[in-house]
Design a protein around this ligand. Structure first.
Ligand SMILES: Cc1cc2nc3c(=O)[nH]c(=O)nc-3n(C[C@H](O)[C@H](O)[C@H](O)COP(=O)(O)O)c2cc1C
Length: 372
């Protein structure tokens, strides 16, 4: 199989994220959130319903394996493995940027394997802003969607990464307009995701107005893409990019404030990701207004250990989510969305300064509590 520049970069991303310390130093904010424990849950744990709709598909849990890879034989192997796991558990999955597969038909199979291994689940296509800026944007998007029979297309925003990367593409002019054009022309929903720096309420509103149907906040607190590019720059001796990577390592909106900002300012479907590491994180995200949670790097790591390890990892996440639902007396995800919680610390300060009311979650649902 040919190794294009894009494919080489994708391979080095996998190697760097697997073998270097690429975690952000800033917390997601999940530790600032406490769901109120219900000592008398008044429900049967075994009857808790985790199912939900994911863009026209019923999934068994509100969960996706985040967009990560494709374009090389190793990436194809990882996609196949992750897709098998997602199919087994009945959850969603995103493939990585399909630029390589769109530019070179011979690489399309490294993405298509995900559909072959997972015939029934919602898969999400993925393209970056440079492909949207291209005059063939609609053709490229259709090709990416058809390649995997996608339920939607994620356009990833990675201005931070591109600005730190030596070969970065930094023309983001009129991007909202371009995303809007694509959203009105494509037959499947166009969704937007960040890649570890979060999405603010201002950007979320602009994207909703442009016609986007969902936002994956991919906030700060998990994998740092400035960090990943720091290591790549170091390997090549690019001093300026090393400095940029170090200085901007922790740039962005942490995941929890980002979820609250987007959920409170739009009516869009919200994916919570960026440092989501367990099912309790997902429960908190849903109680804050998200609809789904997603994990990236932990799934790459467990998948590289094998299909069984990846299945075990996600099965635990689902059990943890279920447990948080039990302990908040939530029979289903809709009830979890109304579970009371308290926000403290930096997240409280962040939300207050941004004009949001972090106290509004603390006293809700008291009517049903009194009625018990
Ligand atoms: C190896 C790797 C490759 C990634 N490639 C893509 C990509 O092609 N497109 C995309 O939208 N996000 C990509 N991401 C970003 C993730 O989807 C996610 O937003 C980010 O890593 C934060 O989640 P995490 O903290 O769980 O890793 C990638 C992440 C990893 C670890």
């Amino acid at each position: 199989m040919p190794m294009t520049q894009t494919a080489k970069r994708k391979l080095s991303h996998i190697q760097t994220t697997l073998h270097e310390q690429v975690q952000s130093h800033v917390p997601t904010g999940f530790d600032d959130v406490r769901l109120i424990h219900k000592a008398l849950p008044e429900i049967e744990r075994d009857e808790i319903d985790l199912t939900t709709d994911m863009f026209g598909h019923k999934v068994r849990a509100p969960l996706i394996i985040e967009s990560m890879t494709g374009g090389t034989p190793l990436a194809g192997k990882i996609n196949r493995r992750l897709a098998k796991v997602a199919e087994k558990l009945g959850i969603g999955m995103g493939v990585g940027s399909q630029r390589a597969g769109v530019e070179d038909d011979r690489l399309a199979s490294t993405y298509r394997v995900a559909r072959d291994a997972a015939p029934s689940i919602p898969l999400f296509a993925n393209l970056g802003c440079p492909q949207i800026a291209h005059e063939d944007a609609l053709d490229h998007a259709k090709k990416a969607v058809d390649m995997i029979g996608a339920a939607g297309l994620f356009i990833h925003l990675n201005a931070l990464q591109e600005s730190v990367q030596f070969e970065g593409e930094t023309n983001f002019s009129k991007m909202t307009e371009k995303i809007g054009k694509l959203a009105s022309a494509l037959s499947v929903p166009v969704l937007v995701k960040e890649t570890g720096a979060g999405i603010s309420m201002e950007t979320a509103r602009a994207l909703e107005h442009a016609g986007v149907k969902g936002i994956n906040v991919a906030g700060l607190g998990g994998t740092s893409w400035a960090g990943v590019e720091y290591y790549r720059a170091r390997a090549k001796g690019y001093k300026v990019q090393m400095e940029l990577g170090t200085t901007f390592w922790d740039w962005g909106t942490p995941t929890v404030p980002s979820i609250v900002e987007v959920a409170n300012s739009t009516n869009l479907r919200v994916f919570a990701s960026g440092g989501v590491r367990n099912g309790l994180h997902i429960a908190k995200a849903i109680a804050l207004g998200a609809h789904y949670g997603g994990l990236a790097l932990p799934m790459l790591k467990s998948a590289s250990a094998g299909e069984q390890a990846a299945t075990a990892r996600l099965s635990i996440v689902i059990e943890e989510l279920k447990n948080a639902m039990f302990l908040t007396g939530s029979r289903n995800l809709e009830e979890l969305r109304h579970a009371p919680l308290v926000i403290t610390g930096l997240t409280y300060q962040w939300l207050t300064q941004r004009g949001l009311d972090p106290g509004k979650y603390a006293t809700r649902n008291q009517g049903s509590a009194k009625g018990m």
